[in-house]
Design a protein. Structure first.
Length: 501
């Protein structure tokens, strides 16, 4: 009898689950929303597509095939509708992050990025917004300049030996060293030889792969994390490595004990020192755990996103020579006025460069999966559909950025579209509403301004001093939340001033 029950109970459970799924598919008020057949019954379809690493392109095609609202999994819908942007992501929105984000944290802990508690997230963000604000960038600019100097040293070496190299990898070395400098007051050392120091880059990559997939089945995360965290080659193991790495950096700094009386405007004051002084001043407001999660957030998200964005800018410039020439002319005209090392503030006075950056980040945003949110109590009207509380909805940045209704000829890299729209306020407003490379509203990437600082300092300098030749017309990318290029191979030579390639 007992053996019979051991066999029959799992079967009955599976049958019950199947009946519940069938019932949900047949009687759901959203049953008419289209999508691939299997998405009505299981999340496996979505899991398999994310695992393939090209979902940003597939997501665009789904909306082209099925319309503005597409079923991705049971009770989970991808949206391509400008009206959804403000409703779901606007400031003050009560659409909390979905359980997918649980895969981006330790099962028993919380962090700023993955926090699903709207109130706690808002409170934490308020404590540290000033550290990432535009006005704080002046404190970090010298850290960026130092890394840019080292980057150009490496490029000069490549020019001398005429070797090809992966520019995307070196952008990540630059971004990693910058964020190390800004956060801990010391570089990791990636720019010295291009080596993956202690496997940190690989660790971040594994975290992305693991979290992107386990978040689709978040109930498995607590079960898998403990086991996999002991395996160095796993994504959970990568997260453990990064946690220990940040904790070690903090322990070393604690031994030095920062001076709470240090002047607030000290230009060489790094991020960790600012946090530790804040902790010394008000330990209840800025706890040791706050110091840890903000340092970890910088390391995990602060390198990949910037490196990908830098790669996107350079890739589209190199594939569009006319645009490149126009930008180099603007840079030359600007530096001819005596602006040798362009400051961040000065880069804001280069309109074509600003348009190039904006267009490149439109065409190749760092994130490539829907930003899933949960419909709050009372439900919500999105487009022509009413979604009941608990439904999961999301907009993929790539879907928004390739919407032909807002960005005509969306596959064309044309920075001029942003300059032309300045004379059409309504059009520009609509474009900005759909422009979301750093997210939107209260969940906008807190490190946005630091990333823009790094790009604004480096790109003009590279184009002023060097000429790059790409080795292919198409590149390969892999989407594990971040859409990372894998084969951005180039050659470089020093630029002859006055000659634009």
């Amino acid at each position: 009898m007992h053996a019979y029950l051991v066999f029959i109970l799992p079967v009955l459970f599976l049958v019950l689950q199947l009946l519940l799924r069938l019932g949900g598919a047949l009687f759901s008020p959203l049953k008419d929303i289209p999508g691939p057949f299997w998405t009505r019954f299981t999340s496996l379809w979505y899991f398999s597509r994310v695992r393939q690493g090209q979902f940003e392109h597939e997501n665009i095609k789904l909306h082209q095939q099925y319309g503005p609202i597409v079923r991705i999994a049971p009770n989970q819908y991808s949206i391509s509708d400008i009206s959804a942007i403000k409703t779901v992501y606007g400031t003050g929105s009560q659409f909390a992050k979905s359980a997918w984000y649980d895969g981006w944290k330790h099962p028993q802990l919380w962090n700023l990025f993955a926090d699903r508690d709207i109130k706690r997230h808002g409170d934490t963000r308020k404590r540290f917004t000033n550290l990432y604000s535009m006005s704080s960038l002046v404190h970090y600019e010298s850290f960026v300049d130092h890394c840019a100097d080292l980057f150009t040293d490496r490029l000069n070496e490549f020019a001398d030996n005429k070797k090809t190299f992966n520019l995307g990898h070196w952008f990540q070395c630059y971004a990693f060293d910058v964020i190390g400098n800004i956060t801990f007051g010391e570089r990791f050392g990636f720019l010295d030889r291009g080596d993956d120091i202690d496997g940190a880059i690989e660790a971040v990559h594994k975290v992305m792969m693991y979290s992107s997939l386990v978040g689709i089945y978040p109930e498995w995360h607590p079960r898998l994390f403990g086991l996999l965290s002991k395996i160095k080659s796993s994504g959970a193991g990568g997260r453990t490595y990064i946690r220990e790495f940040v904790e070690e950096k903090i322990r070393k700094r604690e031994a030095k004990r920062p001076d709470p009386e240090a002047p607030e405007n000290l230009r060489t004051q790094d991020f960790l020192e600012k946090l530790m002084i804040a902790h010394e001043t008000n330990p209840e407001k800025v706890t040791k755990y706050h110091i840890f999660i903000m340092g970890q957030s910088n390391v995990t998200a602060g390198s990949d996103t910037t490196a990908i964005s830098l790669s996107g800018i350079m890739w589209y410039l190199l594939q569009n020579p006319d645009t490149l020439r126009k930008l180099v002319t603007e840079i030359d005209d600007f530096t001819a006025k005596g602006n040798g090392k362009i400051s961040f503030k000065e880069s804001q006075d280069m309109p074509y460069f600003q348009a190039v950056m904006k267009e490149a980040l439109r065409m190749h945003s760092a994130t490539g999966l829907p930003m899933w949110r949960v419909v709050p109590a009372g439900g919500a009207q999105i487009g022509d559909k009413f979604f009941s509380a608990g439904t999961i909805v999301g907009v993929n940045t790539w879907v928004a950025h390739y919407d032909e209704r807002v960005f005509p000829n969306a596959k064309e890299f044309r920075p001029e579209r942003w300059l032309e729209a300045e004379s059409e306020p309504d059009k520009l407003k609509e474009m900005n509403q759909m422009y979301m490379p750093f997210g939107l509203g209260s969940r906008t990437c807190i490190g946005k301004h630091i990333s823009i600082l790094e790009m604004s300092k480096l790109i003009p300098r590279l184009l002023r001093d060097f000429e790059f030749t790409p080795l292919r017309k198409n590149w390969t990318t892999r989407n594990a939340w971040f859409v990372k290029p894998t084969d951005f191979e180039v050659k470089v030579q020093r630029r002859t001033k006055g000659v634009v390639a």
